[in-house]
Design a protein around this ligand. Structure first.
Ligand code: NAD
Ligand code: SER
Length: 334
C-alpha cells in the first residue's frame, strides 16, 4: 500500500524542495494543498493537487475522505514580516489553520486506528531576546531557553508547538478511543532558509536570499537590516533533508518534539562579502527598516542543535562556503 503524504503550503519555498525530494521516493503519493495553483512541474509530481485554504474545514474534510493520509507536512503559513503587517490574518492562518490540520490528523488516526505523523516547521522566531546585548551574549540558544517571542508569527509558532504536544499527549490520554491511533507530532525550528530556485517573500530573514538573487540578476539591492545583524541560516537542501530525517526517525529515539537545527550564522556584512566574491559588481546598500530590524534583533545569533544530532542524526551538509560554492551559485543558473 503506498504511503499518502499531505503537504500544505506545497507551492512555497520549502514545498518546492519537499515535493521534489518526496517524488523520488517509491510508494509515496503526494497530495498537495495550497492557496495558489502548484507550479506545473511540481503538480506533475503529485498524486493530487488541491487549490484551497487551510481555513476551509469542509475542504479539509473532503481531502481526508478521498485520501487515507499517513503523514502531514503542514507548511502553509504567513511568515514573520507579513504576520506583523496583518496580525489577525496571521493568527487565523498560522494558529486556526494548524488546529484544523491537527484535527484532520487526529480524525484520520482514529478512523484508521494508526498513528499519523505530523511534521511542523517552526522557527527561530519562537525565541525572544529582550535587547541586543542579551542576543550577543546568549551564545548557542537551547530549545527551552529564551522562548519569549515578541512577534505575532513567533507567538503563533510557539503556541502551535504546544498544540502539537497537546494533540500528541493529553488528547490521547483523555479519550480512550484515541489510544487506537494518535498524532505523532514532530517539529523543527528552522533558521532562515536560502534557496537557489525560489525567492522568499514576507519573511524577515529574506535579506540573505534577496541580496544574492538580486546580485545574480544584476539588480541593485537595499538591505533592510544593519551590516552587523547576525542570525542563523541554512541552505534549502539541508532543511528538506532534515524534515525527511525527522519524519523517518523511530519514535523511541526522540527525546523531545521540537528540535533546533543549525548550519551557519553569518552577519549581513559577511553575506554581502560572500555575494561579492561570486558577483563582484553586485550593488548593495543598507537601508535598515525599523520594524524588521527590531524583529531580527530579538532572534538568536546561533542555536544549539545537540538534541537533533543525538536523537535523529542531523548534520548539515552545507556550511557557509559550501552553501554558496556548491549549491546556491550553481543552482542560480547564471
Ligand atoms: P512560503 O511563504 O514560501 O510558502 C507558504 C505557502 O503557504 C505559500 O505557497 C502560500 O500560498 C501557502 N499558504 C499561505 N496561506 C495559506 C492558506 N491559508 N491555505 C493554504 N495555503 C496557504 O513559506 P516557506 O518558506 O515555504 O515556509 C514553509 C513553512 O516553513 C512555514 O510554516 C514557515 O513558517 C516555516 N519556516 C520557514 C522558514 C524560511 O526561512 N523559509 C524558516 C522557518 C520556518
Ligand atoms: N525565515 C522566517 C521569516 O523570516 C522565519 O521563520 O519569517
Amino acid at each position: 500500500m503506498p504511503k499518502t503524504i499531505l503537504i500544505t503550503g506545497a507551492n512555497g519555498e520549502i514545498g518546492h524542495g519537499l515535493v521534489e525530494a518526496l517524488s523520488g521516493k517509491p510508494d509515496t503519493r503526494i497530495v498537495a494543498l495550497d492557496l495558489r495553483p502548484l507550479d506545473d512541474h511540481l503538480a506533475a509530481k503529485c498524486h493530487a493537487t488541491v487549490v484551497g485554504d487551510i481555513g476551509d474545514r469542509d475542504l479539509l474534510g473532503r481531502i481526508a475522505s478521498e485520501h487515507e493520509i499517513d503523514t502531514v507536512f503542514h507548511l502553509a503559513a504567513l511568515l514573520s514580516t507579513r504576520s506583523e503587517r496583518q496580525p489577525l490574518l496571521a493568527h487565523r492562518v498560522n494558529v486556526d489553520g494548524t488546529l484544523n490540520l491537527l484535527e484532520l490528523a487526529i480524525a484520520e488516526a482514529r478512523s484508521e486506528g494508526k498513528d499519523v505523523r505530523f511534521l511542523y516547521p517552526s522557527s527561530i522566531a519562537v525565541y525572544g531576546l529582550p535587547y541586543l546585548d542579551a542576543k550577543r551574549n546568549a551564545g548557542k540558544v537551547c530549545e527551552d531557553d529564551h522562548t519569549r517571542p515578541t512577534t505575532m508569527y513567533g507567538i503563533n509558532k510557539l503556541y502551535c508547538e504546544r498544540l502539537g504536544d497537546y494533540y500528541a499527549d493529553h488528547y490521547r490520554q483523555l479519550d480512550q478511543e484515541a489510544t487506537k491511533g494518535g498524532v505523532d507530532f514532530r517539529c523543527i525550528r528552522f533558521p532562515g532558509l536560502i534557496s537557489a530556485v525560489t525567492v522568499p517573500s514576507g519573511g524577515t530573514s529574506d535579506y540573505g536570499a534577496e541580496m544574492l538573487h538580486a546580485a545574480a540578476k544584476g539588480e541593485s539591492y537595499a538591505c533592510f537590516v544593519r551590516p552587523d545583524t547576525r542570525i542563523p541560516f541554512m541552505a534549502m537542501p539541508d532543511a528538506v533533508r532534515a524534515l525527511l530525517m525527522l519524519e523517518a526517525a523511530p519514535k523511541e529515539a526522540l527525546t523531545r518534539r521540537a528540535y533546533n537545527i543549525a548550519a551557519f550564522s553569518p552577519s549581513a556584512e559577511e553575506i554581502l562579502a560572500m555575494t561579492l566574491r561570486f558577483f563582484p559588481n553586485a550593488k548593495v546598500s543598507y537601508d535598515p527598516h525599523l520594524k524588521r530590524q527590531g524583529i531580527v534583533d530579538t532572534w538568536p545569533e546561533d542555536v544549539d542543535d545537540t538534541a537533533a544530532r543525538a536523537d535523529w542524526g542531523f548534520h548539515h551538509e552545507f556550511d557557509f562556503e559550501r552553501a554558496f560554492a556548491d549549491y546556491l551559485i550553481p543552482g542560480l543558473g547564471v
